[in-house]
Design a protein around this ligand. Structure first.
Ligand code: MEV
Length: 323
């Protein structure tokens, strides 16, 4: 049997803008997806017959990317993430699946994490009508704090480049690691799930539609870009007060882009008194918000009182791994 774990992610700055080549800063979280695969006498997934249309990421990885033509497989997926909630559950699934499949098919070859991130990006794009940045898959694969941008940003360490032909034209991104302080003080991420699932592909398509109807809204993308750079600079020197302020500002811009929701706004507002900053994270329209706080229990309580489901993660976690 081959087993792998890949973490989910949380975008601190730059969601949506990154699809248009602006920078995004994302962090791997503690929680993620476990996948185990073994050869079997029939195709089975989570105890049921494998319906390929219900698992587009897995089908794409198996057939298009790995060109798997071997014996049927029994696949077990165990996710600790809220799904369709902005935490990169599909990217974590792609990465854990790719890693486990690699171990099963090529046990003697070292796992190439960058190749895995690229495979995951291709699977995300296939499932999101051709519009996907490599943010989720790269963060889940590499772990730590990842900066994805059309241009390389100063103060980051370049890891690989990614490109994609989207319905709006060809895009390319530079995937870099943010250099964070060695010792991170006692500060936590608190994710709050609204309970409303929100498919990323639909939200990304809504933004594309808005920008084509109202090109003036492109200035929101420029504002997000500036906030992201400020947030990243503060993160790099461990100035979490300024990181939090930038998160609050980023949330306001995402609201102007029409991707927040009443329940996201409610959880963000409820978290703020006990947080350094709070914002929606990921595609929005539902899904999750994130708060940065030195008092994670208090923020969790606030999220619960306001009707959300909280989850606490340390600030930086490792990427995909075989287990
Ligand atoms: C989704 O986690 C983040 C978006 O920016 C989409 C993407 O980067 O592919 C909304």
């Amino acid at each position: 049997m081959a087993k792998a774990f890949a973490p989910g992610k949380c975008i601190l700055f730059g969601e949506h803008a990154v699809v248009y080549g602006h920078p995004a800063v994302a962090i791997a979280i503690e929680q993620g997806v476990n996948v185990s695969i073994e050869k079997f006498d029939d195709w089975v997934i989570d105890g049921k017959s494998f319906d390929h249309s219900k698992y587009p990421h897995i089908s794409h990885i198996l057939h298009d990317l790995f060109e798997y033509k071997g014996e049927p497989l029994k696949i077990e997926i165990e996710s600790q993430l809220f799904s369709a909630a902005g935490l990169g559950s599909s990217a974590a699934l792609s990465n854990a699946m790719g890693a486990a499949l690699h171990k099963l098919i090529k046990p003697q070859e070292k796992l190439d994490i960058i190749k895995l991130a690229k495979i995951g990006h291709s699977a995300e794009a296939a499932a999101q009508e051709g519009r996907a940045s490599p943010t989720d898959t790269a963060t889940s694969a590499l772990g730590g704090c990842i900066v994805v941008s059309g241009e390389r940003l100063t103060g980051t360490e370049h890891v690989f480049d990614a490109e994609l032909v989207t319905p709006e034209g060809k895009r390319s991104w530079s995937v870099c690691k943010a250099i964070l302080p060695e010792e991170i003080e006692d500060v936590w991420l608190i994710l709050g799930f609204t309970g409303e699932a929100s498919p990323t592909g639909k939200m990304v398509a809504n933004v594309a539609d808005l920008l084509s109807r109202d090109p003036d809204k492109k200035s929101i993308m420029t504002n997000i870009k500036e906030i992201t750079q400020r947030g990243l600079d503060a993160l790099s020197v461990g100035n979490f007060e300024v990181v939090g302020m930038a998160m609050n500002e980023c949330h306001e811009q995402l609201r102007s882009l029409g991707v927040s929701s009443d329940s996201l706004d409610r959880l963000v507002e409820a978290s703020k008194p006990y947080s350094l900053g709070a914002k929606m994270t990921g595609a929005g329209g539902g899904g999750c918000m994130v708060a940065l706080s030195r008092n994670p229990q208090r923020v969790s309580e606030q999220i619960e009182i306001s009707g959300g489901k909280p989850m606490i993660s340390k600030l930086v976690s490792k990427g995909v791994r075989l287990i």
